[in-house]
Design a protein around this ligand. Structure first.
Ligand SMILES: NC(=O)c1ccc[n+]([C@@H]2O[C@H](COP(=O)([O-])OP(=O)(O)OC[C@H]3O[C@@H](n4cnc5c(N)ncnc54)[C@H](OP(=O)(O)O)[C@@H]3O)[C@@H](O)[C@H]2O)c1
Length: 339
């Protein structure tokens, strides 16, 4: 009798569980893990042959903000993965920009930085679309960052729609506010709405430092996924970088090679040249690798396909702690642009 009662109780429990699961299914319930991965289009870049890379979907169980040198990506706090190296397009005219973007994509690079202010969002869009078609790259593998400028902050929806139209690549992977300025919170809140609509995937800031971030962050809902600031061996941001990274926000550097007009001095620096010689690489590669080892994403600008290839080739050597410290000693607090 007791046995029969126990069996009946077990059966009743089973039936209750089954009906609860069915009800949950009807309400669109997803187990937490599945929900997490289906919300995310994170991807990884996997080595494929010597120079080629391909990107594939992955789960987002990795820690956000930590560089994965194997996949060459970092998981952002937005749930998306971003390549840790790419191309900057400042000062590239239309045709040069299209061919530079295509050279990047052809050689396995997948991250491109542009801005309203560079006047080349159409060219970046064209390069991306042509690269996708010619090299068979899915849109999901490419990560495009653009920025809206302070003179657009008072009417942010117009600015964002303009960027979406000019790029014409379906959605924007990441949008940044280019500089702090009047109405920056309002502009950021508009970008947050575009994230809800799926038109922008991740948000960030550019030229925001300790004071600006401290004031800005409590005023917004979506924590920025990235801050893009000037960083190179002569201007290292040794206090600002950890301040940002400790918040789970990824740091990306502009002017990694010092910026146009300053590169000769930096690339010719004796310390950097000696380290480059020791590893059989170029000065540019040493600087970019130094950034990566500090957990800083690099977007060197280039109009030269040989440079673009070289700047993607940063994974065949590693700087020692001593070499990292030697480059750390080169900091002069020398900013090469005012913002
Ligand atoms: N958020 C902001 O306020 C802000 C401000 C400035 C820049 N940015 C972004 O940051 C990106 C990087 O900055 P940037 O392009 O101005 O300066 P950069 O990357 O420091 O330097 C670009 C210069 O380096 C040269 N170069 C590139 N690779 C080289 C290599 N392997 N060997 C020798 N020379 C090399 C380029 O010449 P070639 O063309 O001959 O390769 C170009 O003259 C910009 O393109 C832009 O996307 C953002």
């Amino acid at each position: 009798m007791k046995k029969r009662l126990a069996a009946l109780t077990a059966l009743a429990i089973l039936l209750i569980c089954l009906s609860a699961c069915r009800a949950a299914e009807q309400e669109g319930f997803e187990p937490e893990a599945e929900k997490h991965s289906s919300n995310s289009s994170a991807y990884i870049v996997e080595p494929k042959g010597e120079d080629e890379t391909v990107v594939s979907q992955t789960d987002t169980s990795k820690t956000s903000g930590v560089f994965d040198f194997e996949s060459r990506t970092v998981l952002l706090n937005s749930g998306y993965a971003m390549p840790i190296l790419g191309l900057g397009t400042y000062a590239l005219d239309h045709d040069t920009c299209v061919s530079s973007v295509m050279a990047l994509l052809e050689n396995g690079g997948r991250l491109i930085d542009t801005a309203y202010m560079y006047g080349n969002e159409e060219a970046v869009g064209e390069g991306v679309r042509r690269g996708m078609e010619e090299y068979g790259i899915p849109r999901e593998e490419i990560f495009v960052i653009t920025k809206i400028y302070p003179n657009q902050f008072s009417d942010p929806e117009v600015a964002i729609d303009m960027a979406l139209n000019k790029l014409d690549i379906g959605y924007i992977d990441m949008m940044l506010l280019h500089h702090p300025g009047t109405n920056d919170v309002k502009a950021y809140q508009a970008m947050e709405k575009y994230v809800e609509q799926g038109k922008i995937r991740s948000l960030g800031l550019s030229n925001w430092y300790v004071e600006e971030l401290t004031e800005f962050l409590p005023q917004v809902t979506i924590t920025p996924a990235l801050v893009q600031n000037e960083i190179h061996p002569y201007y290292q941001e040794q206090d600002v970088v950890p301040f940002i990274q400790e918040k789970g926000i990824v740091v990306q550097c502009w002017y990694p090679l010092g910026g146009r007009g300053y590169t000769a001095d930096l690339l010719g620096n004796e310390t950097i040249k000696a380290i480059a010689e020791a590893h059989g690489v170029s000065s540019a590669q040493v600087i970019l690798r130094w950034d990566l080892q500090r957990g800083i994403v690099v977007i060197p600008g280039s109009s030269n396909p040989d440079h673009i290839r070289e700047n993607l080739d940063l994974f065949g050597f590693e700087l020692t702690d001593d070499e990292m410290a030697e480059i750390g000693e080169l900091d002069r607090g020398e900013k090469h642009d005012w913002y």
